[in-house]
Structures are given as structure tokens and as C-alpha cells.
Design a binder for this molecule. Sequence first.
Ligand code: ADP
Length: 466
Amino acid sequence: MKPLSLRARLTLWYAGVLVAILAVVSALSYSVLRWSLLQQVDASLAAVAQIVRETDERGAGGSEVERAIRELLGPGFSDQFFQFLDPEGRSRFRSGSPHPGSLPLSLEARLNAAHGRQTIETLEDPANGPLRVLTVPVQRAGRSVEIIQVAAPLARTRSALSRYLTTLLALVPVAVGLAAAGGAVIAGRALQPVREMSRAARQITAEDLGRRLARRGADDEIDHLADTLNAMLAGLEAAFAQSRRFSADAAHELRTPLTALKGEMEVALRAARSPEEYRRVLASSLEEVEHLIHLAEDLLIFSRSAPGLRAPTAPVDLEPLLLEALETGARRAQSAGVTMRADTFEPATVLGEAGALRRAVLNLVDNAIKYTPAGGKVELSLVTGNGQALITVRDTGIGIETGAAARIFEPFVRLDAARGRDKGGTGLGLALVRAIVTAHGGTVEVEGAPGAGSRFTIRLPLAPPK
Ligand code: ADP
């Protein structure tokens, strides 16, 4: 089943809560009304009983009493009646109409009367409907001599109550219906800003990621949603700008060697050349092509690995990985006339992807060898501390220009000092190192001064001990 819309759910909740409130209020008001109506009847019965007793005490006979009382009370007494009973409950006198029979005397009332106590009770009289009956014992010199009963029919009270109940039953659904309609309108209005925001968000495309959703300034949920979406847009915009810059830089990097290649070929074709000259042009072209292949490979590796790197979870033992890099590095160092050696190697395990980590370390080792003149030294070390593994690659090479330390990790950045030494570099090696290390939750940094060698440090969080 399709889930209900937010608006429908809000309205339902609203109406449900209102039904509950109205039910409680109606039940309370009904019982208060019932109580106060009975209270009124009881009070008037007590007053009549008092008068009956006083009139009787003055010595008037049964029907005299009745006439006197009817005169005294007027129409207010018209539907009430009374009777005198002896202490055993036998009727001595009862008032005339409207009551045709005698009033019933319940066992409880008779027992109470014997103990000199009054009783007020509701009786269902088959002939007269519901009756409220007050039974009062009359005592003289501590002896019960007579019982007076005063009664009033409850039919009118009952019908007033049932009219009230009918009114409630008719009005509550109307009130709930009206409130639900109002609630639906209010919920619709409250959700209006959300609709507006989604319309505005839909209009923002990849072409105008610079646009932002407007805040209303209320600092409410809607504003927080706008902030969240805006932060997401800012992130997307930055990522888009970065990828555009990367493509532009890559195109530029490809164009330079291709232009050089084209130039050399055009010059060679302009006139007839000797075989040596053709060979020279071809050899130089081959160099450019090799650089292009190298660049294309690096681009492929970078575009495949950099954005796709996920937080990896397999434990990777760093020591054998570094020994491997040391071995590979040593072979390359030997042909470059550079000494390669290992410093401290401590066992360390991190969570990650072994292949990517190996590539990062090898890139650093390769650079160290590449930018260190013959006779220099490259040192590799692995230590642990503060829950981190520290991989250091130190060389005695050309060092890093002041202020360039942060820049060299950007794609395609090559420092002037390096260009002189190495034509083959693509400027992607360190960018890849940074991407790999960041994906492993680590950092990479470099220290160094021109001519004083450089030291690259990778910090990776250690795997939690099992
Ligand atoms: P490249 O292919 O040019 O080596 P990298 O991204 O690996 O590209 O390095 C970027 C630049 O950082 C290099 O061109 C060089 O200027 C500098 N660099 C990298 N490693 C070293 C190092 N060990 N010593 C001095 N400079 C370095």
C-alpha cells in the first residue's frame, strides 16, 4: 500500500488528537451536568421534607398538611409527593395526585430509619418511572415514631441528560470534520516552503551549480534543509570545478608533446633529409611518444583509482609491503647511482588495499631516486606511534622550493628544478599518493629545502587490535 502523504498524516493526527480531547471533555461535562441536576433534585427534596415535618409537627392532619404544603410551595411542588409511614413501614397517609400508589420503602431505607439515619436513593418504579426518594425518620424522645418519605420523578432530568448527549453526539463529529478540514489547510500551508524548495532545487542543474537555495531566516527545519542542500551544492560545485580543471590540465599536458611532435615532423618533411637526420627526428619523436604513453597511463591510473577509492577494510601488513618497495627501489637506484637503504622497520598493520598502498610508497621511492643526483642516498623507514603507522622516504636530492610543499600534491604540478632533471615526469604521481592516503584516512606531507633533500611522511591509522 502506498504510504500516506505527509499532509494527510498530519491531518489524521490532528483529527485523532481532537477526537480524543473532545471525547474526554464531553464525558466530563456530561457527568458534571448529571451530578449537578441530581444535586438540585436532592436539595429540593430535603427542603420539602423539612417543611412536611414542620407542618406535621404543628399538629395538622394528613390532608391538611398536604394543602398547607401545596400552598406554601406553589407550583414548585406540583410533581413531588410524600407519605407518612409508621416505624414498621406501613403507610399512614400519602399525598394525592399525581402518585397513585404508595411509595416503595427499600430495606436499606427502613434499616437506616431504624437507626435514625436519612436515606436518599433512586428507585425504578414500574408505575411511575425513575424516582428520587428521600426517607427521613422522625424521632421523639430518642424513639422513632414516624417515617416521612418525599419523592420526585427523575424523568425530566433523564430526558434533559439524553438531549444533552444527543447534542454532543451530533456536534462532536461536526467539530472534528471542521477541524480536520482546517488542519488540512494548515498542513498544506506549512508544507508550502518545502514544495517551493524542491521546485527551486529542481531548477538547479549541473550548468548552474553556483546557485543556492534561499533561506527564510527563521532558522527552522526548512532553513536547516536549505543549509544542508546548499552545502551539498557547494561540494558538488567544487568537485565539478576540480574535474573541469583536471580535464583542462590534462588536455594541455597532452597538447604540448603533440605540438612538439607535429613541429618536428613538419620540419623534417619540408625538404629531403639524409637518413641520419630522419633517424634523429624519429628518435626524438619516439621520446615524445613515450612521454605521451606514460602520461596516458598515469591518467588512466589516476582517473580509475583516485575517485573510486573507497574506505578499504582488509588488514594490510605494511612491513613486507615496504620491503618489496625497497627491493624494487634498490634496482632502480643502482642504475641511477643512488644508494638505497632501510632505516627502522617496525611491524604495523593498517586497514586498506595493499595494491594501492604499494603504488603510493613506490611513487615516493621513485621520486626520491629521480630527484636525487648520483652519489646521493635514499632511506625508507616504518615506525608506529600514537595509533599511527609512519612511513618515511628521505632523500639527499634537490629538495623542495620554499612554499611549494603544498602545491606539489596537486595534479600536473612540476617544480622548475625538477623539469631540468627529468623530462618524463607527468606531475600525477604525488596527486595519486595523496588520493590513496586520504582514502585510507591518513595524511601525507613533505619537508625539505632547496638543495637539502626532502622527506615525505605518510601517516596511516593503525588497524584496531583484535
Ligand atoms: P613527477 O612525475 O613530475 O615526478 P609528481 O607528482 O610525482 O610528478 O611530483 C610533482 C613534483 O614534485 C615533481 O615534479 C617535483 O618538482 C616535486 N618532487 C616530487 N618528489 C620530489 C623529491 N623527492 N625531491 C624533490 N622534488 C620532488
